[in-house]
Design a protein around this ligand. Sequence first.
Ligand SMILES: Cc1cc2nc3c(=O)[nH]c(=O)nc-3n(C[C@H](O)[C@H](O)[C@H](O)COP(=O)(O)OP(=O)(O)OC[C@H]3O[C@@H](n4cnc5c(N)ncnc54)[C@H](O)[C@@H]3O)c2cc1C
Length: 360
Amino acid sequence: MLDAVVIGAGQAGLSAAYHLKRRGLAPEDDFIVLDANEGPGGAWRHRWPSLTLGAAHNIHDLPGMPLGTPDPEEPASRVVCRYYDQYEREFELPVHRPVPVQRVISDDSVEAALTVETGAGTWQTRTLVNATGTWDRPYWPYYPGRERFKGRQLHTRDFWSADEFSGQHVVVVGAGTSAVQFLLQLSKVATTTWVTRRPPDFTDRPFDAEWGRDVERRVRERTEAGLPPLSVVATTGLPLTPECQQGIDDGVLVSRRMFTSITENGVMFDDGTEVAADAILWATGFRASLDHLTPLHLRETGGGIRTDGVAVAADPRVFLTGYGASASTLGANRAGRAAATAVLKHLDDRHSAAPVPAGD
Ligand SMILES: Cc1cc2nc3c(=O)[nH]c(=O)nc-3n(C[C@H](O)[C@H](O)[C@H](O)COP(=O)(O)OP(=O)(O)OC[C@H]3O[C@@H](n4cnc5c(N)ncnc54)[C@H](O)[C@@H]3O)c2cc1C
């Protein structure tokens, strides 16, 4: 039986694996990492090429190996895949892929173990660090008529290049950073209509450390109460960059209220006006990708999972990283370290007595 299984090899999973190893767990013998992807990079592997490193918010260093100073014009997906690949090799992390975890069940007959079931085998473990991110769970709200629309509908996770929409009219749904970035790119080759449920929350507040702490506190309050985390933008607001200000001045970043239905040819608003569209781009965000944990019954009646840091109230063997307040590269780093510490605490005396390495 393993001491720990880490599910997911994005920022959160790699950080957890690094710290588990540093705290004395042996790769393969004591712990493994199972990742659904074909190769390294976590969700970054799938991001569109025009999302350059410079256009990303900030990609924090993984513990023990700085990212360095790559060209800000290089696609973030390429930079991060390369970085994670080097990282996994350098620290000889036991990542198995592609291994999508289908479900985790509590096997009380065997030393209170958890059984991790995948298409590539089954593992038993004393603890579980879940680091599965959100990319595999796009949120796509339903509006009447969705199935009637004859044009193209796609979600953020399907977006690849604005050039695909050249000369078209695109309705962009959503008030987050992805929607804003798509609109600014699309407006160079297409016409657009922006629709949002609430007015976009542009803010010129500096996105500094104090802001970061404030965001984390507000998210943590919800997850500690067993409520699902809100969308990212509901907590962070939208940075009012000079490009955004220009977009507002040009009328590109001026939104309409949500449409009420979708027609064959476009979208219909509550005042009876119809906007014809070639495509509807749903930049409506993501939810935590946790379906494989359903058999563990971790959710509270409020729909969320009650957590205290990375610890899950409903099951002391399970630790959630990259969830709620730790859903950023910086937060995921910290959560990975906290999870490794918590795993060791949960394990036998031999492990819990292991000293925390200096400089950690
Ligand atoms: C468009 C977009 C842009 C973003 N930009 C930034 C940014 O600039 N800076 C920032 O800090 N944050 C950003 N974020 C948030 C970002 O996703 C996180 O910061 C971080 O990279 C997530 O790391 P993670 O390890 O939690 O998840 P992920 O990177 O999503 O990794 C999860 C891994 O788990 C695997 N997995 C999922 N389900 C299973 C399963 N059942 N079995 C096995 N493996 C599984 C996946 O294949 C994946 O490899 C952005 C998010 C989005 C959507």
